[in-house]
Every structure is written in structure tokens, then in C-alpha cells.
Design a protein around this ligand. Structure first.
Ligand code: NAD
Length: 293
């Protein structure tokens, strides 16, 4: 396939290397001269302008820092979208706000162009090794056309739904792993401050939802089945969280994530959920978010 790739940074450069390996023709554009030079050395076609990179290609990919960058490249002074041939598929892999994605998709559609939001999970190492996770929003037919490209760059391609569903999935994934990063650091610091053996502590954590995640353990066993009868009461979970917060205060370890979580446990208790299973937290959160039971 003929691809125009805009944004040859940490992610883009690795992604393009796999497109080239798979035999695709890749015209590249970046505002960085050094990035363009590396692109040409890797076997790509370096272009000097947005106009040049989008000309006569089947697919235009963007891998840019923010939504403002993507909008300005597509609709700004260069007006790239207006220069694309009808039917061109624009694939945006940048991490941006869903409402920006949705607005870009509808503007492109009005111009006779297709769009897939296809943000990626994992890091630049995976971009180089071709093992990214693609979360795609857009029409199934457009995804099928683009699939060989995505499969050259990624290990798994998920079709999440219509435009915006890919980027929403990505943001939810990042929300969870980014907050878990803080929680993990808090928990290990509690152990380190008390001079616990790190390896033993990790073995313990890896045997429970702490290390294995609720998604792989407690939720499928209980709340996903619609069963919130208690195997571990929410009241007891709140009590244990209070103990951890007291230990943190005594030992001088700030537990900001735990303190925020305790507020949510308290509201679940005041909503009468204390004697339900701790996974009833999902039902409580649905209620707070105004979702129907
Ligand atoms: P980066 O800053 O390394 O790359 C962005 C590239 O875009 C740069 O080379 C920059 O020169 C270029 N650029 C900026 N404005 C431009 C313009 N107007 N025209 C052409 N090129 C332009 O960033 P990155 O790490 O490659 O991340 C890109 C996107 O991918 C971001 O939205 C990021 O959040 C997301 N992401 C990053 C990672 C990661 O591990 N780095 C993982 C998943 C998703």
C-alpha cells in the first residue's frame, strides 16, 4: 500500500520501520529535519511538505503529540485533507481527546474521506518490535482495508466500535494503568519503609487481586455474574483500607490514592452497600455515574 506518514517521532519512526519491512511504500513528513533524514536512511521517501506527503497515497497516518497538532495538519493552513484523493483513509494513532477525534471524523466524512481512530497501547519499544496493541474506531470496511498496515505494526488489532471508540478505549486503558502505577509505588514503598523483603511481598501481591487485577479475579467471580452476595464484605474492605492509611501515617508514607479510595468506600457504605461484596463497588460507581441498574 502507499502510505503517507506524518509524525516520525519516538513512536512514528518505529511504526514506519515495520511498514517498510512489510513492503509498503511510505512517504514520511515531520517538522524535524533529523527525523526526515532517518526516514530516508531507513528506506522511506522523505517529503518536504504536508502537501507532498498526502499526495497520491491510499492511507494517511498521523502520529502527532496532541489533538491540536492533528487538527492543524489536516485542516490548518496546509489544508492537507483537501488535497487527499477521494476515499483516502486517514488513520490517527495519536492519543487525543475523543471529542476532537469525533469532530475530525465527521469533517473528513463531509469531504468524502474515511477516518479510523487507531491509538496504540504499549510503548516505543513495541513500536519498533511491531507488537503494539491497536484500538480501532470506525467502519469495519475501512478497518479491513487498513488491516494489513495495522497488523504490520501491531500484535493485536481490536475493533472497538464507531469513530471515537478506539480513542476512548485507549484513554480508559491509560487511566487504569497510570493510576495503578501510583498505587503500586505506594504499596511497595509501604513495604520498603517497614524493611519487608521485596521479593516475598511481590509473591504475596501476585497471588491476589492486588497483583493479578480485579479483572482477572474478583469481578468475573462475582459482580460480572450479577452476584454481589458477600465473599468479602465491602465494610471489611473499608476497614482494612483504614488500617493501611493508619500504617502509612505512622510510618511516614503518603497514601494519596488510598485516601481518595476511602472516600468512595465511605459513600458506598452510606448508600447501604457495606454488607455487600466488595465488587459491588462497580454497581455503586454505575449509580454515581447515572447509569441505569
Ligand atoms: P514524539 O514527540 O516523539 O513524536 C511526535 C513527532 O511529531 C515529532 O517527531 C515531532 O517533530 C512531530 N511533529 C510535531 N508537529 C508536527 C507537524 N505539525 N507536522 C509534522 N510533524 C510534527 O511523540 P511520540 O512519543 O511519538 O508520541 C506520539 C503520540 O503517540 C502522542 O499522542 C503520544 O501520547 C502517543 N503515544 C506515545 C507512546 C510512547 O510510548 N511514546 C505510546 C502510546 C501512544
Amino acid at each position: 500500500m502507499n502510505v503517507g506518514f506524518i509524525g516520525l517521532g519516538m513512536m512514528g519512526e518505529g511504526m514506519v520501520s515495520n511498514l517498510l519491512k512489510a513492503g509498503h511504500t511510505v512517504k514520511g513528513y515531520d517538522i524535524s529535519a533529523a527525523a526526515l533524514e532517518r526516514h530516508a536512511k531507513a528506506g522511506g521517501i522523505a517529503t518536504k511538505s504536508i502537501q507532498e506527503v498526502v499526495k497520491d497515497v491510499d492511507v494517511v497516518m498521523t502520529m502527532l503529540p496532541t489533538g491540536a497538532h492533528v487538527e492543524s495538519v489536516l485542516f490548518g493552513k496546509d489544508n492537507a485533507a483537501a488535497l487527499m484523493k477521494p476515499g483516502t483513509i486517514v488513520i490517527d494513532s495519536s492519543t487525543i481527546l475523543p471529542k476532537t477525534t469525533e469532530s475530525i471524523a465527521s469533517r473528513l466524512k463531509e469531504m468524502g474521506l474515511a477516518m479510523l481512530d487507531a491509538p496504540v497501547g504499549r510503548t516505543s519499544d513495541h513500536a519498533w518490535s511491531g507488537t503494539l496493541i491497536f484500538m480501532v474506531g470506525g467502519d469495519a470496511a475501512h478497518l479491513e482495508k487498513a488491516r494489513p498496515l495495522l497488523e504490520a505494526m501491531g500484535e493485536v488489532v481490536y475493533h472497538c466500535g464507531s469513530n471515537g471508540a478506539g480513542i476512548r478505549s485507549k484513554i480508559i486503558n491509560n487511566y487504569m494503568s497510570i493510576v495503578l502505577n501510583v498505587l503500586t509505588a505506594e504499596a511497595l514503598t509501604l513495604g520498603d519503609k517497614a524493611n519487608l523483603d521485596r521479593e516475598t511481598l511481590i509473591k504475596i501481591l501476585m497471588g491476589t487481586p492486588a497483583g493479578r487485577s480485579h479483572l482477572a479475579t474478583s469481578y468475573p467471580a462475582k459482580v460480572f455474574k450479577g452476584d454481589i452476595s458477600p465473599v468479602f464484605m465491602l465494610d471489611l474492605a473499608a476497614k482494612d483500607l483504614g488500617l493501611a492509611i493508619q500504617v502509612g501515617a505512622t510510618d511516614g508514607v503518603p497514601l494519596a490514592t488510598g485516601a481518595a479510595a476511602l472516600q468512595v468506600y465511605t459513600t458506598a457504605q452510606t448508600h447501604g452497600r457495606g454488607r455487600e461484596d466488595w465488587t459491588a463497588m462497580l454497581v455503586h460507581m454505575h449509580e454515581l455515574a447515572g447509569l441505569k441498574k
